[in-house]
Design a protein around this ligand. Structure first.
Ligand code: NAD
Ligand code: LMR
Length: 327
């Protein structure tokens, strides 16, 4: 039996937490041979902690063979202690009519102290995945507070956007979505994100040779993917939860699976024209479990360059907006 992985989850009693924890405990994130200990962190409010108690009771009641322990706490220094993975979900979601960047001042400060605490108490191999919005910039804030853990351990989630793009493109092309490859999300998890369709393939052929309607690809395709979160809020009255939890399972599982190629928001290295100080959605290849390299060398046409410039500008502006939170 492998040694259990310690997985810390903030916002564990929230909507995404509720859709996520049972999948982690069932083995969907780390595989059917890998036991886990869940370290569940909530905000220090009676209502939140009571709800968390209920979630822990339900986890017990599932009798998951891989679940070797549950810690519930409102103290991040307890919840992050020795954690191998820290999944940072706990933050306010936006409501109708808001953009994710509207959450920046309120949510950003959560990630100052969480970055510092993770850096001081988490395991030496700790890895962090940020979901709480605005995810890219929150991730940058947390990473900036870390002195022990290198910046490449801090990633933010754009996998939901990749999954949305894949599903939409498959419907348009009338193909099974598993035939799509190399459809990556560049930039911010916001309406400026760029689902770069020009390198995508369908059944080994360029997607643009199959979906030849370039006006649709440049217009409604990019726009629908970019605004899907708002469309779900408008329809459900609450932000996406099950699909977000599912995307986080994909994000972490693929970062633990060598050879996998996927979209992750990581610290830019200047590739594709991104400012080197922002966390941008980029194509990565997992090298060894938990580590990755940015895939370079995709050629960008003028349309792609202009989309990347716009999303990069937004990330740089967000960074200036929270300058006082960055160490
Ligand atoms: P929710 O309100 O249902 O749950 C959030 C939970 O976080 C609450 O239980 C709250 O008590 C807790 N919390 C707040 N501050 C905390 C803190 N400092 N420490 C620990 N817990 C804390 O919200 P949700 O629907 O689960 O969404 C959570 C976040 O994820 C939001 O910011 C939302 O916008 C974001 N989100 C991101 C993506 C993405 O693709 N990156 C997708 C969906 C949602
Ligand atoms: C999403 O993309 O569904 C989430 O980021 C929630 C939101 O505010 O859009």
């Amino acid at each position: 039996m492998n040694t259990p992985i310690r997985v810390a989850v903030t916002g564990a009693a929230g909507q995404i937490g509720y859709a996520l924890l049972f999948r982690i405990a069932s083995g969907a994130m780390f595989g059917p041979e890998q036991p886990v200990i869940l370290q569940l962190i909530e905000a220090p409010f009676e209502k939140a902690m009571k709800a968390l108690e209920g979630v822990a009771m339900e986890l017990d009641d599932c009798a998951f063979p891989l679940l070797k322990g549950i810690i519930t706490t409102d103290k991040p220094e307890v919840g992050f202690k020795d954690a191998n993975w820290c999944l940072l979900i706990g933050a306010k979601p936006r409501g109708p009519g808001m953009e994710r960047a509207d959450l920046l001042k309120d949510n950003g400060k959560i990630f100052i102290s969480q970055g510092e605490i993770i850096d001081s108490v988490a395991a030496d191999d700790a890895r962090v995945a940020v979901v709480g919005n605005p995810a890219n910039t929150n991730c940058m804030i947390a990473a900036s507070r870390a002195k022990r853990l290198p910046a490449d351990r801090f990633t933010a989630m754009v996998r939901l956007d990749q999954n949305r793009a894949q599903s939409l493109l498959a419907k348009k092309a009338g193909v099974d979505l598993t035939t799509i490859r190399n459809l990556f999300i560049y930039g911010n998890h916001s309406p400026t994100m760029f689902p770069a369709f020009a390198h995508a393939t369908i059944g080994g052929k360029l997607a643009t040779d199959i979906v030849t309607d370039s006006a649709w690809l440049q217009g409604p395709f990019c726009e629908t993917v970019g605004k899907r979160g708002a469309a779900i809020i408008a329809a459900r009255g609450a932000s996406s939860a099950a699909s977000a939890a599912n995307a986080l399972v994909d994000h972490v599982r693929d970062l633990m699976t060598p050879g996998t190629v996927h979209s992750v928001a990581v610290k830019s290295n200047g590739a594709y024209g991104f400012d080197p100080n922002v966390w941008a959605g980029l194509p990565v290849r997992t090298t060894i479990p938990g580590s990755y390299e940015i895939i370079q060398g995709f050629t960008m046409d003028d349309f792609a360059k202009s989309k990347i410039a716009a999303t990069n500008k937004e990330l740089v502006d967000e960074r200036s907006f929270v300058a006082e939170m960055i160490a």
